[in-house]
Ligand binder design. Structure first.
Ligand code: 5AD
Ligand code: SF4
Length: 443
């Protein structure tokens, strides 16, 4: 019998990377490999990496150290570094980390079986070529998610916004959109398999633009996916504040199954810092977009990303970030200390001059404020009833189910007869800063 080699994939970084790992899995399965979720029994380990902050890279380095022992026990074990860190450091990684056999950038996943052939012949293999066209449109990704209810669909790749702090345009190359028909087919297939929620992914989905045959922009794509089935929820990430259009907001408002949650990374509340970051919007124009969201989509949740301690950030700039957070009353936020990345515009032009201690203190203030805002936002939901899509059993109690409402808030409630994939009306009775707690009513 033909023994299939076992592949284990570990993923770091963003949702896009998790979606890429599903493409990688699919490419390998189609070439006679099988997937395992036990790292100890793997013949091949792929680590899909992230470069966005230094600590993301440090975690990968630590993982490689741990793998040293496994490789000593099993000299046939092959280890691949894939994704953004592979693209950033290229074959230099072979010198720095001796146990690596394969280096493959984000546009090289189609060639992984060829790279494996080279490696099986005893050599090291690398492909870090970026492409202006690759979207993996024809590859049907295997689904790794821990529920069979919600899935990611990658709709575009790359980024060319060149925010001054960001490594992504260098690691993921030019922006390109995927053929809309392949996106709709994937959403249809997922629905038929029982999935009830898809999240459309891109670095900046607002600039999705398919120019062949008929022209399709993001608002139009979102509408097409919403029309796949009213029982299929649609989410998307990430939006850039500079080009979130009224047309898009109207489309979100028009369809019940397009979720009322927008992730709109602000990064800083100070126009001066936003300019240094090359974000191409001001504090005021960001405020205007939030006002537009509130006008077109009442009850829409808004979440954000914030970087604290960017080059030259003053106490006043920091206070402006805090005041904007309060004004926006974000429901949720990802918050980070600025981490200088080699090769970016900020690393070349500005000094990373905010002491780590100051960055830490500002981050703490930002996190504390956000916790308060999240709690206040959840408290306002007490007494309201939401349509919750059940994802699975609650982590804290097997007598409870956990799911999300349209606003992307997690809600838990007693199990009764419900199962994953059901829509349940849940009345909220209490909350923490992270979770709504309720009970099912009139289903
Ligand atoms: N340092 C810290 N955070 C960063 N991000 C991107 N680049 C950096 C960096 N150099 C954050 C931004 C972005 C999120 C994905 O990661 O907030 O929106
Ligand atoms: Fe995702 Fe950016 Fe990290 Fe690459 S560097 S994995 S694009 S967050």
């Amino acid at each position: 019998m033909n023994h299939k080699k076992k592949l284990y994939i570990e993923t770091y970084g963003c949702q896009m990377n998790f979606s890429d790992s599903e493409i990688i899995g699919s490419v390998m399965i189609n070439n006679n490999y099988e997937l395992t979720n036990k790292i100890s029994e793997a013949d091949i380990i792929f680590i899909n990496t992230c470069s966005v902050r230094d600590n993301a890279e440090q975690r990968v380095r630590k993982k490689l150290k741990e793998l040293n022992a496994q490789k000593k026990n099993n000299p046939h074990l092959k280890i691949g570094i894939l994704g953004c860190m592979a693209e950033r450091l290229k074959s230099k990684l072979f010198e720095e980390e001796k146990i690596i056999d394969i280096i493959a950038g984000p546009d090289a996943y189609r060639y992984l079986p060829d790279l494996m052939t080279t490696v099986e012949s005893g050599q090291k293999a690398v492909n870090v070529l970026l492409s202006a066209e690759e979207t993996y449109a024809d590859i049907n990704p295997v689904k790794f998610g821990d529920n069979k209810v919600s899935a990611f669909i990658s709709i575009m790749r790359g980024c060319q916004n060149f925010c001054s702090y960001c490594v992504v345009p260098y690691t993921r190359g030019k922006e390109r959109s995927r053929n809309p028909q392949t996106i709709i087919n994937e959403a249809n297939d997922l629905f038929k398999q029982g999935y009830r929620e898809v999240t459309l992914l891109g670095q900046n989905v607002n600039s999705y633009n398919w120019k062949e045959e008929d022209n399709v922009n993001f608002a139009q794509l979102l509408e097409k996916v919403a029309l796949v089935n009213p029982q299929l929820r649609v989410r998307f990430a990430t939006s850039h504040p500079k080009d979130i259009s009224d047309e898009l907001l109207q489309t979100i408002a028009k369809y019940e199954n397009i979720c009322k949650a927008i992730h709109l990374p602000v990064q800083s509340g100070s126009t001066r810092v936003l300019e240094l970051m090359n974000r191409k919007y001001t504090r005021q124009s960001y405020i205007n977009r939030i006002e537009a969201i509130r006008k077109f989509i009442p009850g829409c949740a808004i979440s954000t990303d914030i970087i604290t301690g960017f080059c030259g950030e003053t106490e006043d700039d920091h206070k402006q970030t805090l005041s904007l957070m309060k004004w926006a009353a974000y429901d949720f936020a990802f918050m980070f200390k600025y981490s200088e990345r080699k090769g970016t515009i900020a690393a070349d032009k500005f000094k990373d001059d905010i002491p780590d201690e100051t960055k830490g203190r500002r981050l703490k203030e930002i996190i504390e404020l956000q916790q308060k805002l999240s709690k206040e936002s959840n408290l306002k939901d007490i007494g309201k009833t939401f349509r919750v899509l059940v994802e699975g059993v609650s982590k804290k109690s097997d007598q409870k189910l956990s799911g999300r409402n349209s606003q992307n808030k997690v809600a838990v409630f007693p199990k009764k007869e419900f199962k994953p994939g059901d829509y349940v009306n849940v009345k909220i009775i209490e909350c923490t800063s992270a979770t709504l707690i309720g009970e099912a009513i009139n289903n």
